[in-house]
Write a protein that binds this ligand. Structure first.
Ligand SMILES: C[S@@+](CC[C@H](N)C(=O)[O-])C[C@H]1O[C@@H](n2cnc3c(N)ncnc32)[C@H](O)[C@@H]1O
Length: 259
């Protein structure tokens, strides 16, 4: 019952996001803007962050709709447009904490239904239990992590690999870029290894370009590779997602490597 309510609420959210004059949830309703003053103990940047949180319609929607994260709406919006998640699919969610993407995925693949899909989330941070989701508390880059994931997947394969992984930023743009791209590359290699033919890969990258090596690997292995920036991803953020669909299967890549 609760899941049904959540599903219809998410639908309402999507409609609002489409019709909202500011491109976000909340429709055409003008909301009162909260201003935060810089208190003695609050820096300008933390006051700005707090003000942004308090005025962010996605933060408000996540709270009222029981979503674990604001980020959940990024996956929801991408899925609304590209129809990635279908009932019965096996999904791996890399960098799952606090669980927003896994929540959306579990609902869409009907993870709780008798013949429903499967969602496996991994993060080195704790994730509170989620109905229908298998959670691993593990660093994805640790030796053995990929094998653990594979051993949990039905048939040892996935239909969709999601990665919203992001290492904590250090504030140095080049370093942050390199770290996130390193995670994206590891995720892409895992996707190519674990996906069933026809599968898809969605991964957070940074504006400033997906590295050539990563793009080449994806273009070689998938029918379509595109960059997507859902409305829920803040315009001022360098965050972007690479979406690769129509996985050609592992042997295609192996043959290409041999040439
Ligand atoms: C932006 S958050 C993900 C939010 C999530 N998609 C949601 O909707 O709740 C990025 C996550 O990636 C995780 N992460 C970063 N590097 C990781 C790694 N090597 N292994 C596992 N998780 C990692 C972080 O701990 C963090 O929780």
């Amino acid at each position: 019952m609760r899941r049904q309510r959540r599903a219809s609420q998410s639908g309402t959210m999507a409609k609002k996001a489409k019709t909202g004059s500011a491109g976000g949830p909340g429709g055409g309703q003008r909301q009162l803007r909260v201003r935060v003053k810089t208190a003695r103990k609050r820096s300008v940047s933390s006051a700005r962050w707090l003000e942004r949180q308090l005025n962010d319609p996605y933060v408000a929607a996540a709270k009222s709709e029981g979503m674990r994260s604001r980020a959940a709406y990024k996956l929801k919006e991408i899925d609304d447009k590209y129809r990635l998640l279908k009932p019965g699919m096996r999904v791996v969610d890399l960098g799952a904490a606090p669980g927003g993407w896994s929540q959306i995925a579990a609902e869409k693949v009907r993870a709780l239904a008798p013949d429903g899909g499967q969602v496996i989330g991994i993060d080195y941070l704790d994730v509170d239990p989620l109905p229908g989701v298998t959670l691993l508390k593990l660093d994805f880059t640790d030796e053995g992590a990929e094998d653990r994931l594979k051993s949990l997947l039905r048939g040892g394969q996935a239909d969709l690999v999601l990665s919203d992984m992001a290492a904590p930023t250090v504030g140095h743009t080049r370093t942050d870029h390199l770290r996130i791209m390193g995670l994206a590359e590891t995720a892409a290699h895992f996707a190519v290894d674990v996906l069933a033919p026809g599968g898809a890969f969605l991964c957070k990258v940074f504006q400033g370009g997906t590295e050539r090596e990563l793009l080449d690997l994806l273009k070689q292995s998938f029918s379509v590779v595109r960059h997507v920036k859902p409305p829920a991803s803040r315009a001022e953020s360098a965050e972007l997602y690479v979406l690769a669909t129509g996985f050609k299967g592992r042997c295609v890549v192996a043959n290409d490597d041999e040439d």
